[in-house]
Design a protein around this ligand. Structure first.
Ligand code: FNR
Length: 362
């Protein structure tokens, strides 16, 4: 039974409620990753091996935990990652997450393979705190059409996902013979994504007047190339470990990207972000914001729009406490000196940030 979202006092209760509400196919679609799921584990490992070096005896009564991305104010530096087929988790689909972002005060990124689609979501959440994400399944004219519609729909930025030239083998789905709605939607015209190159990035920048973000950057080399072409947002991601297996953890990639970007592009990180402490670690490493994927999906599965808002509220509380206990009043005071590379005390897995869950059920 769906609970009142305000009753969730911790994030793990939201995960548990999502598990109870969702069938096995929807659940496995969310939590699963490619092949051995090592990349998923590395996402958590990269965060878990960072310990804090707090400072004390600073006045931390006035905290500012907000941030900005593409000129939009974020109540916390956490945006909602694009997720295909949210409608399989809750009937409101992408409209629910867009409304949740507007209600809370952050940005949602709408996937091109999520219902009810670009225009309907713009109508449901008319503010500017939305970004549109595209999987390329057509020629230049096809891409241009989406860009024009995103501009008309008041989307703040355009996000091109570039780490899906081939669809990763998600064995939880394959073993059951289950094909997710997103997978079915994307099965046609895959060659357009496979043949995507930097030329098209340049062409997009030359053609369209909307900030461009590349999602799926995983090296300093590619980040440097993106900056050269004037890309506005570099979204460090390994697709939540759903694409290339044995990739590096997102938080391990972040520092080299921040360094080469040199402030010329905004940097977003995702991959394993489950806790307020994860957000603060990313900010200390130089991110402008992080994105949550699975956590957003759990919120939707638990209680739709209200569930996603509750996820964000709980992250907000965790961020506040973390910053205060680090002895800083805002992210501007943070840098790598607040972090220490240490061993992880946790065996990493997709839900290892929630030790109070009984792992066997998940
Ligand atoms: C995704 N992701 C994704 N990315 C994208 O660019 N377009 C999409 O349609 C989807 N769909 C999708 C569905 C589901 C169920 C998941 C879990 C993920 C990847 C997503 O945007 C993000 O990169 C990861 O989810 C981040 O990792 P965490 O937060 O899930 O660990």
């Amino acid at each position: 039974m769906t609970k009142d979202a305000k009753d969730f006092a911790t994030l793990h209760q939201i995960v548990r409620a999502a598990r109870e509400n969702l069938g096995d196919n929807a659940w496995d679609y969310i939590v699963g990753g490619a092949d051995t799921e090592t990349t998923i584990k590395r996402n958590r490992h990269a965060l878990d091996t960072l310990a804090f070096r707090p400072r004390v005896l600073n006045d931390v009564t006035g905290l500012d935990i907000s941030s900005t991305l593409f000129g939009q104010k974020l109540r916390i530096p956490v945006v909602l990652a694009p997720i295909g087929s949210l409608q399989d988790l809750h009937p409101d689909g992408g409209a629910g997450t867009a409304r949740a972002a507007a209600e809370f005060g952050t940005i949602s990124i709408l996937s091109s393979v999520c219902k009810p689609g670009l225009e309907a979501v713009a109508d449901e959440a008319p503010g500017e705190n939305r970004i549109f994400q595209l999987y390329v399944r057509g020629d230049d004219a096809w891409v241009d059409d989406f860009a024009t519609r995103a501009i008309a729909g008041n989307y703040t930025a355009f996000c091109m996902t570039v780490d899906l030239d081939y669809y990763g083998r998600r064995e939880r789905d394959i073993a059951k013979g289950h094909m997710s709605t997103s997978r079915k939607t994307m099965a046609n015209n895959e060659d357009y994504q496979k043949s995507l190159s930097w030329d098209q990035v340049k062409r997009f920048k030359d053609t369209h007047d909307i900030p461009l973000m590349l999602k799926g950057i995983a090296t300093a080399e590619d980040a440097a190339r993106a900056v050269e072409l004037g890309v506005d947002g570099i979204y460090v991601s390994n697709h939540g470990g759903r694409q290339l297996d044995h990739g590096r953890g997102g938080a391990d990639v972040l520092p080299e990207v921040v360094e080469v970007a040199g402030g010329k592009a905004q940097i977003i990180l995702d991959g394993g972000i489950m806790r307020g402490t994860d957000v603060v670690k990313a900010m200390a490493l130089g991110a402008d914001a992080v994105a949550i994927g699975r956590l957003e999906a759990f919120g939707m599965g638990a209680a739709g729009q209200a569930g996603v808002v509750r996820v964000l509220e709980l992250l907000e509380t965790e961020i506040q406490i973390c910053l205060g206990l680090l002895g800083v009043t805002g992210y501007g005071e943070l840098d790598k000196s607040y972090l220490h590379q240490d061993v992880s005390l946790t065996q990493p897995h997709v839900l290892s940030a929630f030790p109070l869950l009984d792992e066997d059920n998940y």
